[in-house]
Design a binder for this molecule. Sequence first.
Ligand code: NAD
Length: 258
Amino acid sequence: MSQELKSVLLIGGAGFLGLHLIEQFSKLSPNTKIHVFDVRPLPEKLSTYFTFNPEEIKFYKGDLTSAQDVTDAIIDSQCQVVVHSASPMHGLPQEIYEKVNVNGTNNVIEVSKKNSHIVKALVYTSSAGVIFNGQDVKNADERWPYPEVHMDGYNETKAIAETAVLNANSPQLLTVCLRPAGIFGPGDRQVVPGFRASAKLGQSKYQLGDNNNLFDWSYVGNVADAHVLAAQKSLIPEYANKIGGETFFVTNDAPLYF
Ligand code: NAD
């Protein structure tokens, strides 16, 4: 028996990807009530790119490392699916990644499990970087192992969080992970602003490798679509059996290169 997605909670929903999650959920799943949970508020002024009505979004200000904050939001929103897309940015101290990506994700798992009469599925935004250790990756698929030593603390803690989410999969709580590589599109705060800052400083005359290195990029709207699909399908038993406890690369094209 299929079940319609009536309510979703987007943890990290005020971020770059988060706003596109709101946009795509409101377009592709119009009967779903959208709730956002974030430490920072939704922007006061949205880019004209977005078409959703912020007044229709219920916002919870909270920290995902707090069991109380997450519990309150789950109970109030009565969300069948939690989409956890929050993470600190690149380049921060290790303890921040440990706190948010590892402890925070464990907290989201535990609170979701305790409230499995409400939450039926957890979708986690992982990262393609979980299999990257600085060496070339060619023709990778989801069977590619984690490296013994990760590229950095961000990727290491994303891998630990991903493993915890996948291990939590059960008949009571379906879990699924999505692994985008680089994400680009309207509202990006890291990639293009970073390129622009380097260009402004004249830092353009360097080359890494033999100039043939490829990197995988996905448009943010496509990455958001993948999350909507995962959330919707997780409630349909025919698909749930296939995606529960699985992780999926999200890419514009196969194969995946770093
Ligand atoms: P972002 O920084 O724009 O958004 C993350 C959001 O999480 C922010 O709104 C932030 O306030 C929120 N957040 C952080 N800590 C929190 C906490 N303790 N409690 C509640 N909210 C918290 O980042 P993004 O680029 O939109 O990334 C979204 C997700 O996608 C992340 O999980 C990231 O690891 C993953 N990802 C991003 C990229 C990329 O290129 N941007 C690539 C691969 C994976």
